[in-house]
Design a protein around this ligand. Structure first.
Ligand SMILES: [Zn+2]
Ligand SMILES: [Zn+2]
Length: 408
C-alpha cells in the first residue's frame, strides 16, 4: 500500500531537509514583511521552488505566488500557507529575533510558509517519481492579516479548477505532534465597528443645557453589548468588545465629539448577517435618549471558516497515517478570524490547528510568541499526506458516498 510507504518516504525526506526548513523559517522570522509587502519572502520561496524544477507564478502585485505540482487527469488539491507578518514589536530573546523594528512573525505565518515549502519539495519528488495521481496547487498567500489576500488569490484564478483546499495554523495550546480538527465552523466572523458621537458641548456645571456627551458615550459602551446579549440567540456567541475610546480634553468641559472602536465577532453566519442593522437600531435608541448624535461605520471582515466533513476526515486519516494513531485531537471553534474562510465559500476544504506548544505557552499576536520548531516537520508530514490522501480518494470517486458525502 502506498499509504504505508509514505511514512518512511517522509522520514527519509525530512532527515535530509528538516534542518534546512528550520533555517528557512528563521530567515523569514528575521525579515518579517507586512501584508502586501512580502516581496523578499515571495522571492525566497520562488527561488527554492524554481531550484526544485517547479514553475511558480508570482501574483500581479509582486507578493504571494501560486505553483502547480504534477499534471494529468486526476483531481486538483490546493494547499495554502499565508506568508505575512504583523505590525508588532518582537520581544523574544533569540538569535533569529526580527531585524525590522515594529514588525514580527507573531502569528506563525513564517512556520506555515516553511511547512508549505517543505511539502512542495516533497511533492515535487513524488511527481518526478510518477507517484502523484493528480495535481497539487500550492498557494503562498499574501496579506492574511489585512485580511484580503485570499480574495487577491481568488481574483487571479488561484482556486479555479481546484476540487478541494487545505490549510493549517499554528496552535500554541496544542502539543507538538498533535493536530486539532473539527468539522463545521472552526473560526468566527470578525468585523470592525467605529462609532462617532457628537453634541453641542459645554460646561460640566450645566449638563442639562447641553448634551452630556461623555455620559452618553459611556452608556453606548455598556448598553450596546448588554442589549445585544438579549436580542441575539446566545448560541451565536455574537460579541461586541471595545478596543479604543476617546473623548474630551479637560475635566470641566463637556466635549462636542467622541469615538469608540471595537470588533464584532460571531460564530453563526445568520447572526453575522443581521448584526449591522441590529447594532445601528440599538445605537440610535441609546444615543437618542441622551440627546447626542451617533454615526456608525461598520466594516465587514471575514466570515467563519466552515470545515467540510469529508475534508476533515481526509486530514484525520492523513494525520493518523504519518503522525500516529493518537495524533488527532478535537478542537473548539475560536472567536479568532481567518481569511481561509473565503476559499471555503467557493470550494470544500478544511483548516487544521497544528500543535506548536513550546516550553511556555505564549499566545499568537503577542511579541513573545514562538513555536517548538519540531512542528515544521510535523506540518510537512501532515500537509503532504493530506494532499496525497485527497488525491487518492478523489481519483476513486466510488469511495465517497454520493448521498451523505462521507467517505465510504
Ligand atoms: Zn494572525
Ligand atoms: Zn494567522
Amino acid at each position: 500500500m502506498r499509504g504505508r510507504e509514505l511514512r518512511g518516504e517522509l522520514d527519509a525526506f525530512l532527515a535530509e531537509t528538516e534542518q534546512d526548513l528550520v533555517a528557512f523559517r528563521r530567515d523569514l522570522h528575521m525579515h518579517p514583511e507586512l501584508a502586501f509587502a512580502e516581496y523578499r519572502t515571495t522571492q525566497k520561496i520562488a527561488e527554492r521552488l524554481t531550484a526544485a524544477g517547479l514553475v511558480p507564478s508570482v501574483l500581479p502585485r509582486g507578493t504571494g505566488l501560486i505553483c502547480d505540482v504534477g499534471s494529468g487527469d486526476g483531481p486538483t488539491v490546493a494547499l495554502r500557507a499565508d506568508i505575512d507578518a504583523l505590525a508588532l514589536q518582537d520581544e523574544k530573546d533569540v538569535a533569529y529575533h526580527s531585524t525590522v523594528p515594529g514588525s514580527c512573525h507573531a502569528c506563525g505565518h513564517d512556520v506555515h510558509t516553511a511547512i508549505l515549502l517543505g511539502t512542495s519539495l516533497f511533492l515535487a519528488q513524488q511527481a518526478d517519481a510518477g507517484l502523484l495521481p493528480g495535481r497539487v496547487r500550492l498557494i503562498f498567500q499574501p496579506a492574511e492579516e489585512l485580511p484580503g489576500g485570499a480574495l487577491e488569490v481568488m481574483a487571479h484564478g488561484g482556486i479555479s479548477g481546484v476540487d478541494r483546499i487545505f490549510g493549517l495554523h499554528c496552535d500554541p495550546r496544542v502539543d507538538v505532534g498533535q493536530v486539532g480538527l473539527k468539522a463545521g465552523p472552526i473560526t468566527s466572523a470578525c468585523d470592525k465597528l467605529v462609532i462617532r458621537v457628537s453634541g453641542p458641548g459645554g460646561h460640566t456645571a450645566r449638563p442639562h443645557l447641553t448634551a452630556d456627551l461623555v455620559f452618553a458615550l459611556a452608556k453606548i459602551l455598556t448598553e450596546l453589548p448588554a442589549a445585544l446579549s438579549r436580542r441575539v440567540d446566545p448560541r451565536s456567541s455574537l460579541s461586541l468588545v471595545w478596543g479604543k475610546v476617546e473623548a474630551g480634553s479637560a475635566a470641566n468641559a463637556i466635549p462636542d465629539d467622541g469615538v469608540a472602536e471595537g470588533t464584532v465577532r460571531c460564530l453563526d453566519e445568520n447572526a453575522w448577517h443581521a448584526a449591522p442593522d441590529l447594532i445601528k437600531s440599538l445605537l440610535e435608541s441609546v444615543a437618542g435618549a441622551y440627546g447626542v448624535e451617533a454615526r456608525m461605520e461598520y466594516t465587514r471582515g471575514v466570515p467563519p471558516v466552515v470545515n467540510d466533513e469529508v475534508s476533515v476526515e481526509m486530514l484525520a486519516e492523513a494525520a493518523e497515517r504519518v503522525l500516529g494513531a493518537s495524533s488527532v485531537v478535537t478542537t473548539q471553534q475560536s472567536l479568532g478570524g481567518e481569511d481561509f474562510a473565503w476559499y471555503l465559500e467557493s470550494i470544500p476544504g478544511a483548516f487544521a490547528r497544528l500543535g506548536t506548544r513550546a516550553d511556555v505557552t505564549y499566545d499568537i499576536h503577542q511579541g513573545t510568541f514562538d513555536v517548538d520548531e519540531r512542528a515544521i516537520g510535523m506540518g510537512v508530514r501532515l500537509m503532504a499526506a493530506t494532499a496525497l490522501t485527497a488525491l487518492w480518494e478523489g481519483s476513486r470517486p466510488s469511495l465517497i458516498d454520493p448521498i451523505s458525502g462521507a467517505l465510504a
